[in-house]
Design a protein. Structure first.
Length: 82
């Protein structure tokens, strides 16, 4: 599940902001694994004042390597999606 978020972050243009609680929890696990760096939790003023969001500062080299491995696994050695 976390790798799916990591791949999605790789496709997002900066600033990468996550607001769903499941995404925030996964982002914290990715920080623990050393795959991303976050700038901290931000309070969301738009919808719900008690809602928090996380801004992803960067994807580390370990995260980029995991994204490449996932793409290779999904496409296979020939480069075609299965």
């Amino acid at each position: 599940m976390d790798i799916q978020l990591l791949v999605r972050l790789g496709r997002m243009m900066p600033p990468r902001t996550l607001a769903l609680s499941a995404d925030i929890a996964a982002a914290k696990r990715l920080v623990g694994a050393g795959m991303i760096e976050i700038t901290g939790q931000l309070r969301s003023e738009k919808r719900i004042p008690d809602m928090y969001a996380v801004r992803v500062h960067q994807i580390t080299a370990a995260g980029l390597s995991a994204i490449a491995a996932e793409k290779e696994r999904a496409c296979g050695p020939s480069g075609f999606v299965r």
